[in-house]
Ligand binder design. Structure first.
Ligand code: AMP
Length: 282
């Protein structure tokens, strides 16, 4: 596996690979890899000759009071994991490489970035869409894989690619969970032992809502009940629990063809998100 930190070098490599007729699958990450990230590599390998993973903790998607500085980082561990899963190239630029001067050009998707995480994290999606555009321009992938773990992000990227005619196919991969149901996240290591145990409340709430919907129960009652349970969970502070259409992210009052139940909960200063897509409820 190669590790490249320089934009002009990776451009050269991509040019050579394309000249040799290779297709490129791209997995953008912020590192501190876990099984969720590695499942995206598996997905990329299914349909592409070469897998490039980027590892870049992108400062422009963090707000001033967010966890950019404390976001976990360990490039050596990441390299070993990426390599073990068959990643061909890790692109690992530093901040100066990606943002050598003040950014005056931003990519911004409207409307669907104003709800859920976008309503709580001002400027977050503008940072995401801008860095993903830059990475697409640098890596020029045929396919890029994103996790459903960040369902709103995936919807936003899809819309950006459609609206701007970007020459890349977006694939969505399912959420990988710990044995107790907690969605894997790089931030999980920042939870205290007690909070880690209680964090199972996110997935439990989502699964309970899905079960209730499939039993024909009323959405608003299921959501209210879940909120009460979270309120009574030690250490948990609910940021949001919402039902939305997907990928349009309109508010829904009943779960019809396809709906997204999305949740964000703080434990201390660690913000966890999770979601479940419910298709054709019975
Ligand atoms: P991050 O490093 O958190 O920015 O995530 C990089 C990519 O991995 C994004 O497309 C995420 O949606 C995806 N991802 C993160 N956690 C998981 C998970 N538990 N299961 C599947 N994909 C994930």
């Amino acid at each position: 596996m190669e590790k490249i930190s320089n934009i002009s070098l990776i451009r050269e490599r991509v040019k050579d690979l394309k000249r040799d007729g290779k297709t490129i699958g791209f997995v953008p990450t912020m590192g501190y890899l876990h099984e969720g990230h590695l499942s995206l590599v598996d997905e990329a390998k299914k349909s592409c000759d070469v897998v490039i993973m980027s590892i870049f903790v992108n400062p422009t998607q963090f707000g001033p009071n967010e966890d950019y500085d404390s976001y976990p980082r360990d490039i050596e561990r990441d390299e070993a994991l990426a390599k073990s899963r068959g990643t061909d190239i890790v692109f690992y630029p530093d901040v100066k490489e990606m943002y050598p001067s003040e950014t005056l050009t931003w990519v911004e998707v409207e409307k669907i970035t104003g709800v859920l995480c976008g309503a709580k994290r001002e400027g977050h999606f503008r940072g995401v869409t801008t860095v993903v555009t830059k990475l697409f321009n640098i890596v020029q992938p045929d396919i890029a894989i994103f996790g459903q773990k960040d369902a709103q992000q995936a919807a936003v990227i899809h819309k950006m690619v459609e609206d701007l005619n970007m020459n890349v196919r977006i694939k969505l991969a399912p959420i990988v969970r710990e044995a107790d149901g907690l969605a894997m996240s790089s931030r999980n290591v920042r939870l205290s032992t007690a909070d880690r145990k209680n964090a199972v409340i996110l997935s439990q709430s989502l699964f309970a809502i899905k079960e209730g919907i499939n039993e024909g129960k009323e959405l608003s009652k299921l959501m209210e009940k879940a909120k009460q349970v979270i309120l009574g969970t030690p250490g948990a502070r609910l940021d949001y629990l919402e039902a939305r259409s997907y990928p349009d992210l309109e508010t829904v009052h009943a779960c019809k063809d396809r709906c997204l139940i999305a949740i964000a909960v703080y434990f201390g200063n660690v913000r966890l998100i999770d979601n479940i897509l419910i298709e054709n409820p019975s």
